[in-house]
Write a protein that binds this ligand. Structure first.
Ligand SMILES: [Zn+2]
Length: 474
């Protein structure tokens, strides 16, 4: 299926009446700000679709052209209205309001002043088409269409088939030329599925319209913040600010780090470098007041910016991002822990006295279960680090510890298979291995040996004193 991207107003206003080129004017704050009008209930978006990510990526695709000056911001959703100066609004139409016709997927109205495009309103046809953001080839790709319509807003017309620009009909072009132009984001028709990468022709066009003052104008590449939990960051003056390491790919001219909640700015962090050349951000303590993870936006001197969603946890009990590691020792513990967990389900449960929970069975070298663990270890270490699986309950919901700090005791009886001191040392090292994971706040205070034989029980006993106990099945 191929559908037209009829953008009558876009290509009609591509040239001013005097024949001069029209281009984005950077009215307002000198940026291209992109907002989404609240999506209608009737929008048929493939499940799991992420409009916010799609629009952000669409804007950043144009920004990534280093020979051009296109600093972008995606600033969230708004109620239906006309665009402000410097703004591109995207609106899904499910009714008869779509101005482009039943075969068209997108249509952009430009707001112009002389030779300057000051704002744009992008209409997307949600009455006649299904939409997706995951690259599906059975629905129109939101990012690809928004990219195309943003191209119109910036001043680009179709490379062929526009009457007002006197370009030839696409159908009359030599096949080689046609095939080349069909790679353009600005080609006038699109099939379902993604076409997200601006071609060299697109790049030449945007560079001609909006050249960078001193190319290359590199968009920042923000890859992470360390630590990912603000409470864990080092304080700079008690109660004033905290210091984070800003992990970047390319960011030669960083200016400021912005922290956002629901696309609204909640804090700005000044930047500096430490003696190792690492980029540091001083985050005001006011950012701690947020109750949910913050997005981070690294802004360059040029105005180009890069957003990383949910980059920083701030709530009192930071949820973990999960630390990937290629360390075989960590993976080995993971496989052993999971195996022990499975075995503990069949462990006899006895009531009475002080109960133990989180009991880990340590198997003797003769145990066939240890051989099973080694097989599992071999398998798991052969996989990439992201192959980890979360533990789930009977309903398939992920389970996790709701608190931090897990003290443990070791049953003093030990095992007849290994000298006691050797066994206890090995157990303590096991906990320490997890505690040493650098991007985690895991801690396992050692409460010493459990001396009372009555405490050798497995289970969780509500209302009673429960402990984490390591004991051997002897
Ligand atoms: Zn178009």
């Amino acid at each position: 299926m191929t559908v037209l991207l009829a953008v009558l107003l876009a290509f009609e206003t591509h040239l001013a009446p005097d024949g001069q080129i029209q281009r984005w004017s950077f009215a307002g704050d000198g940026l291209v700000t992109l907002r989404l009008i609240d999506p209608p209930a009737g929008l048929r978006l493939k499940p799991g679709g992420d409009l916010r990510a799609a629009l952000t990526m669409a804007a950043q695709a144009w920004q990534a052209v280093e020979s051009a000056h296109v600093p972008v911001r995606y600033l969230g959703t708004v109620h239906a209205r006309d665009p402000l100066a410097g703004e591109v609004l995207v609106r899904f139409e499910t009714g008869s309001e779509f101005p482009g016709g039943r075969d068209a997927a997108g249509s952009t109205k430009l707001f112009v002043s002389g030779h300057s495009i000051t704002a744009a309103l992008v209409h997307l046809n949600a009455a006649d088409f299904d939409w997706a953001t995951d690259g599906s080839t059975t629905a129109l790709d939101v990012q690809s269409l928004v990219e195309h319509e943003m191209g119109h807003a910036l001043g680009l017309a179709h490379p062929c088939g526009d009457l007002d620009t006197q370009t030839p009909s696409c159908a009359t072009l030599p096949s080689a030329t046609l095939q080349a132009l069909q790679q353009d984001v600005m080609y006038p028709s699109i099939a379902p599925g993604p076409r997200r990468t601006p071609s060299q022709d697109d790049r030449d066009g945007i560079t001609f319209l909006l050249p960078a003052a001193s190319p290359p104008e590199i968009a920042p590449e923000l890859t992470g913040l360390t630590p990912p939990c603000l409470e864990e960051a080092q304080e700079i003056g008690p109660g004033l600010a905290r210091s984070l390491i800003v992990e970047v790919g390319r960011a030669p001219d960083p200016a400021v780090l912005e922290l956002l909640s629901a696309d609204t700015l909640v804090a700005q962090a000044s930047l500096g470098r430490d003696d190792k050349g690492r980029l540091l951000a001083a985050v005001p303590a006011t950012a701690l007041h947020s109750i949910r993870p913050l997005d981070a936006r690294l802004v360059a001197q040029s105005g180009k910016a890069n957003v990383l969603f949910a980059a920083l946890d701030v709530a009192k009990s930071c949820t973990r991002h999960g630390c990937s590691s290629t360390s075989p020792s960590v993976l080995a513990l993971l496989s052993l822990a999971l195996l022990a967990l499975r075995n503990s389900k069949s462990a006899p449960r006895r009531r009475g006295g002080r109960g133990g929970f989180f009991s880990k069975k340590i198997f003797s070298p003769r145990s066939p279960r240890l051989r099973g663990a080694l097989v599992a270890l071999t398998f798991i270490t052969a996989l990439p680090a992201q192959a980890y699986k979360r533990s789930v309950n009977a309903g398939g919901v992920c389970v996790w510890w709701s608190t931090r700090g897990h003290p443990f005791q070791i049953d003093s009886q030990g095992t007849p298979d290994v000298p006691a001191a050797q066994a206890f040392t090995a157990i303590r090292k096991s906990f320490q291995t997890w505690a040493d994971v650098s991007c985690s706040d895991l801690a396992f205070p050692d409460q010493g040996l459990s001396m009372d034989p009555k405490d050798r029980v497995v289970g969780y006993f509500p209302g009673q004193y429960n402990r984490n106990l390591v004991l051997f099945r002897t």
